[in-house]
Write a protein that binds this ligand. Structure first.
Ligand SMILES: CC(C)(COP(=O)(O)OP(=O)(O)OC[C@H]1O[C@@H](n2cnc3c(N)ncnc32)[C@H](O)[C@@H]1OP(=O)(O)O)[C@@H](O)C(=O)NCCC(=O)NCCS
Length: 198
């Protein structure tokens, strides 16, 4: 976890956890909360709702993973991982989006750190990113996480992050992050139950 994301998570109690296929609707609704400019930055242009419906279904298949950033149970941002088929050493692509009112507050950085840990823990050796050349925020984040911007054509930039083998720190980042969220969910469930059931 970077210092930036650690500070943010302490200050605002932001939690990052994996989203599961049962949360597909929550994931789909996240894209409705993006303004047109953010949607265009995320998908490389304007996209129709029906495209997003299909896209949301595919994001959880074929070993792909989605991570969500939450504050007080509200989903504010997502980081998506797509594993590239038949790649050896293993390779993946990632994409990020944060709701407008929470952009530039460290949410993307925190998601990026978790995604790197998750991929590292699964033996993935490189992470590929595409964004618009004019997307200075995303390019800054990629560079901050050691991405080498290796291809720029027109308004498209490609970055590649080489990932080390799993480390105790990457395992702790992922396992502790998920365990903390699980504990929070259990506590919320207990608090929501009528007192007679306690
Ligand atoms: C790109 C995006 C995911 C980043 O998430 P975020 O939560 O806004 O980003 P963060 O606040 O974690 O980090 C932004 C970083 O960029 C820096 N930054 C902000 N504006 C910048 C600019 N114009 N030029 C360079 N760096 C800039 C910030 O200082 C911060 O760096 P730091 O962590 O070193 O302080 C988010 O802004 C978003 O959803 N944009 C629309 C969708 C999109 O562009 N997706 C990317 C395509 S994959």
């Amino acid at each position: 976890m970077t210092m930036h994301s650690a500070t943010l998570q302490t200050a605002t109690a932001i939690t990052i956890r994996r989203l599961w296929i049962s949360e597909q609707d929550l994931f789909r609704k996240h894209f409705d909360q993006l303004d047109p400019a953010s949607r265009a930055m995320r998908f490389g242009g304007a996209v129709h709702d029906s495209f997003l419906d299909t896209y949301a279904r595919s994001a959880f298949s074929h070993g792909n993973m989605v991570f969500g950033a939450f504050v007080k149970g509200t989903l504010l941002g997502v980081g998506e991982i797509k594993l590239l088929a038949n790649s050896l050493p293993l390779r993946a692509e990632a994409a990020f989006s944060v709701v407008p009112e929470w952009q530039d507050k460290g949410v993307g950085d925190a998601l990026f750190a978790r995604i790197i840990a998750a991929l590292q823990n699964r033996g993935v050796r490189s992470l590929s990113l595409w964004c618009r050349t004019s997307n200075h925020r995303m390019r800054h984040l990629a560079a901050k996480h050691n991405s080498k911007l290796d291809f720029v054509a027109g308004d498209e930039t490609h970055g590649e992050v080489r990932l080390p083998w799993p480390m105790p720190s990457s395992i702790i980042e992922e396992v502790c992050g998920e365990a903390f969220c699980y504990a929070q969910a259990m506590q919320a469930l207990m608090e929501a139950r009528p007192r007679s059931e306690h």
